[in-house]
Design a protein around this ligand. Structure first.
Ligand code: NAP
Length: 269
C-alpha cells in the first residue's frame, strides 16, 4: 500500500459507492480506496464486488475491522473472522486491513497487542497484504504499543484539535508505521460554516489559482505530516478538484506558526 507525497485515498464512509465516481477515480489516477466492514450498512464490500468488481483491479483497497453489527469488539476470533469475511465479500484479499477505532473498546496493552497480532498474523498468512490501525481519537492509545504497522490512519487537517494532533504524532513516533494516512480533511463536510470564516489558501505556497477546498484538503497533508489523505466524495467534479490540489505545496512555515497558535490556545488542565 505505498502512496506518494500526499496522494488521494478515496474514502467510502459517507459514500453510496456510485460507479461514476469509481470510474473517475481510476481515470484520475486515484490508486487507493478505503472502506470498512461496517460502511454502507455493513454492505460496502459486497456492493463493491457486485457493482464495481471490474473496476477494483485499478485500486489498492484498505478496509477495517472492529465494528460488528451492534457493537465494537477487539475479540481476536471475531477480528480474524472479519478479515476472512472481507476477502470473501470483496472477492480478493484486501491490500491492508486496519483495526477500526480500537479506542472504542478501551483496550489495555494486552488487548491491543493481541488485536494487532491477529491482523499481523492474517497478513503473514496472505489473507491481506498488510495491516494497520485507524484511530479517530488516539489519545487513549498513546501509552500502548502497536509495533510497526504498515499503515496508521489518523485525523488530519485544519479542524483537528491540538490534543488529537499531538496524540497522533506521539503514536507515530512510538509505533513507527511504514505509512501514515490522514483522514476526514473537512471533518465530514465541506459546507460547514467554519469553512467560510477563513481562507485556507494562506497554508499554500503560490496558491493564486487554488480553490479554498483545495487548500483545506492540501493542508491536511501537513497537520500532522502524512503520506496520503483519505477523503470522501460522491461527486466526480469534486474528486477532480481534490486531485488537482496535489499540484500545490503546503507552506511548512505557515503550518509551523499555526501549530504555535494551537499550542498557545491549549486549555490548562
Ligand atoms: N475512524 C476511521 O477509521 C475513519 C473515520 C472517519 C473517516 N475515515 C476515512 O476518511 C474518509 C473521509 O472522511 P469523511 O467522509 O468523514 O470526511 P471528509 O473527507 O472530511 O468529508 C467528506 C465530505 O466532503 C465533501 N467534499 C469532498 N470534496 C469536496 C469538494 N471538492 N467540494 C465540496 N465538497 C467536497 C463531500 O461531499 P460530496 O460528496 O458532495 O463531494 C463529503 O460529504 C472516510 O471515507 C474514511 O475512509 C476513517
Amino acid at each position: 500500500m505505498r502512496t506518494t507525497d500526499g496522494s488521494v485515498v478515496l474514502g467510502l464512509y459517507r459514500s453510496g459507492h456510485p460507479r461514476d465516481v469509481l470510474e473517475a477515480a481510476a481515470d484520475l489516477g486515484v490508486a487507493h480506496l478505503d472502506t470498512a466492514s461496517n460502511y454502507l450498512r455493513h454492505r460496502s464490500h459486497e456492493v463493491l464486488k457486485t457493482q464495481a468488481g471490474d473496476l477494483l483491479p485499478n485500486f489498492a483497497i484498505s478496509t477495517k475491522v472492529g465494528y460488528f453489527p451492534g457493537e465494537h469488539s477487539l475479540d481476536p476470533a471475531r477480528l480474524r473472522a472479519g478479515v476472512e469475511r472481507a476477502a470473501k465479500e470483496l472477492g480478493r484479499e484486501p491490500d491492508a486491513v486496519l483495526l477500526h477505532n480500537p479506542e472504542h473498546s478501551q483496550p489495555d496493552a494486552e488487548m491491543l497487542a493481541q488485536a494487532c497480532a491477529v491482523l499481523a498474523g492474517a497478513a503473514q498468512a496472505g489473507l491481506c497484504g498488510g495491516w494497520g490501525v485507524s484511530s479517530w481519537d488516539p489519545r487513549p492509545l498513546v501509552d500502548l504499543d502497536a509495533p510497526c504497522p504498515d499503515v496508521l490512519m489518523v485525523r488530519s487537517g485544519l479542524l483537528v484539535g491540538v490534543d488529537v494532533l499531538e496524540a497522533a504524532e506521539a503514536i507515530v513516533t512510538r509505533w513507527r508505521p511504514s505509512q501514515v494516512w490522514g483522514m476526514s480533511p473537512f471533518g465530514g463536510s465541506a459546507n460547514e460554516a467554519v469553512w467560510g470564516k477563513f481562507d485556507p489558501r494562506i497554508f499554500l505556497r503560490d496558491a493564486l489559482s487554488a480553490t479554498r477546498v483545495q487548500a483545506a484538503f492540501r493542508s491536511a497533508c501537513g497537520l500532522p505530516r502524512v503520506d496520503a489523505v483519505a477523503v470522501g466524495t460522491d461527486n466526480v467534479e469534486h474528486l477532480r478538484e481534490l486531485v488537482g490540489a496535489l499540484a500545490y505545496e503546503v507552506d511548512d512555515q505557515v503550518v509551523q506558526e499555526y501549530r504555535q497558535l494551537l499550542q498557545a490556545r491549549r486549555q490548562p488542565v
